[in-house]
Design a protein around this ligand. Sequence first.
Ligand code: SAH
Ligand code: SF4
Length: 362
Amino acid sequence: MAAMPTAPARPLIKSLTLEEVSACLQALGQPAFRPKQLMQWIYGKRVKSFAEMSDLPAALREQLAGEFAFSGLEPIRTLGSRDTTFKYLFRLDDGALIESVLIPASPALYGEASDRRTICISTQVGCAYGCKFCASGLDGWSRNLQPGEIVDQVLRVEELSGEKINNIVFMGMGEPLANFENLMKAITIINAPWGIGLGARHITISTSGLAPQIKQLADRPLQVRLAISLHGATDEVRQQIMPVNRKYPLAVLLEACAYYTQRKKQWLTFEYILIEGVNDRVEDARALVRVAREVKAKVNCIPYNKVEGLEWKRPSETRQDAFMAILEAARIPATIRREKGDDIAAACGQLRRQTLPVEAVR
Ligand code: SAH
Ligand code: SF4
């Protein structure tokens, strides 16, 4: 029997910003050019250990290796889907498992044709919000990901796939805004010229509607995009499928959304899963038109993806089309996302905290 995994003893070097690396290296008496040199090895040359940083003094490499862990993710398994989506399963230092999904071409993700290579990233192990239609919340929440564990998903998927990622969506396992400071730090590193260097406009955060954190995000300088998982345009419908609506009812959420669009001068996206008989009726579409107008939001409809053990159903295409027609007639910018990765359980809402016997994943 293998030993039980233990929690990481040392912080991850990829959790540090340039400022923090500078402070650390300065304390070790290193010259001023050292921090950028170190970042260049990690994010430019993409080495896998301190030992490979050949123009750093050997003593410093050893010191750093003693103080910091280099990688927090170990790739366990890759699943390829018929439609070219890939799902990567990673093991964290404490043995927890998370998933990231690579969507090589995503023409329908935001409505426009594109050749974007999108990665869908997890921010927590499990999720505490328990939306009734989602696999990620089924087994509850166990912990927040560290900034370095978030950043490393991008590096690892680029390494394993050989693809350069040019679009990131925080739509994997977990509620990103419930891990706010770690998420902000990870985005800083992903966005920075000394880090991964991906433009903030190519980064989308998706939230189930944590109103206070939406406002907090609005007050930060980063121009990331924001998607709200709305799924119901009245309290009655939303409450039925999203427990978070009790804490932040629709009026409170919409007020935070309006604050966000005003501060950022940016359109929001409302994600709206279509679930048969729950939120896909004519009156639901009309209610959605009203709220989308109120806060200037685009709507992205997603036909429900089957989750094992849950009884919800995807509406027929005829019903989906009828719903879309109401949005279109009201001139609400709206798209419908026909899913990718459904056959490997990598589509939206199908990512689930996995537990495998230790032997099975060695
Ligand atoms: N916790 C965040 C981000 C992760 S979920 C959030 O809820 O926004 C990413 C998206 O997948 C959300 O819009 C979520 O509502 C959606 N989703 C969850 N379960 C789904 C399912 N079974 N079918 C389709 N989309 C689903
Ligand atoms: Fe959590 Fe988002 Fe799934 Fe809701 S939809 S349970 S917030 S991951």
